[in-house]
Design a protein around this ligand. Structure first.
Ligand SMILES: *[C@@H]1O[C@H](CO)[C@@H](O)[C@H](O)[C@H]1NC(C)=O
Ligand SMILES: *[C@@H]1O[C@H](CO)[C@@H](O)[C@H](O)[C@H]1NC(C)=O
Length: 245
């Protein structure tokens, strides 16, 4: 296992890590609360993440809680075979950029039995990812579970195999979404996406598959070079509150 020095966390993660001789490890049982380290919680625009896991392999992160992050709660980069189990993530609904778990350049990532309530995406899956399983996760409030945005930068590679199943989203702005830029600079596939057995309650936009993601008009609407996403949707249950006028 390689834990490199660049997880900026103010928190003593190393105390939670127990490695065995086979290079497998497990982290567990901690509460990460940025306020207890004097940091400003909930909505700082800087890139500081509470917990950065870079190039971690064959590991399990279990029973941890992240409260009130400054920016993203948990950020994965270049990880392989990493499982999150029974993780709790909380920030207020109105706290910008407090994504729960952001995954990029990683493979074989499992996010299981996890409760996320935050002010931005509960889980966001960026570019260059393979075999991501999100199962038994509750999300809300927040912006839902998102794949993308994809295609903004040349170095990006494929996103293949994202399964979101047995999840419940409550009072989120979006449910599940895939966003790709219309003038994507690279050509790579975003395929094998599965959204199965997902319950949504009071979700404003339950499913968004946007091949022309272009916030603040930052693109010239040229052809989208990302190969069309192959998306499988099964058993999505959406309950909307009845509006009483
Ligand atoms: C993945 O990680 C788990 C937990 O450390 C370990 O038990 C398992 O053997 C690893 N799988 C592979 C294919 O290395
Ligand atoms: C529905 O969700 C919105 C946030 O998107 C929230 O403000 C509102 O209170 C929720 N309504 C109910 C009935 O839970």
């Amino acid at each position: 296992m390689g834990l490199r020095s660049n997880f900026v966390t103010l928190l003593p993660l190393f105390l939670l890590l127990v490695s065995n001789a086979k290079g497998q490890s497990a982290a567990g049982g901690g509460v990460f609360d940025v306020t207890s380290f004097g940091a400003k919680p909930n909505g700082d625009i800087t890139g500081v993440r509470t917990l950065k896991l870079n190039f971690i392999t064959n590991s399990i992160v279990k029973d941890i809680t992240s409260l009130d992050s400054k920016n993203y709660h948990i950020n994965l980069l270049g990880c392989k075979n990493l499982t999150f189990d029974h993780v709790t993530i909380t920030a207020p609904e109105n706290s910008p950029n407090t994504d729960g778990i952001h995954v990029s350049s990683s493979e074989q990532i499992n996010i299981l039995n996890t409760n996320i309530a935050t002010g931005d995406d509960c889980i966001s899956v960026g570019d260059t990812n393979k075999q991501i399983v999100i199962s038994d996760v509750t999300c809300g409030p927040g912006h839902g579970i998102s794949i993308g945005s994809l295609g903004k930068y040349t170095k990006e590679k494929e996103v293949v195999g994202v399964t979101v199943k047995k999840c419940k989203l409550t009072s989120t702005t979006n449910g599940v979404r895939i966003k790709t830029w219309p003038d994507s600079v690279g050509t790579f596939p975003a395929t094998d996406m599965h959204f199965e057995d997902i319950e949504m309650d009071n979700v404003s936009n339950p499913i968004i598959i946007d091949q022309e993601y272009c916030p603040w008009n930052q693109c010239n609407r040229k052809e989208n070079k990302i190969l069309r996403s192959v998306v499988n949707l099964h058993q999505l249950m959406v309950h909307q509150p009845i509006e009483v006028l």
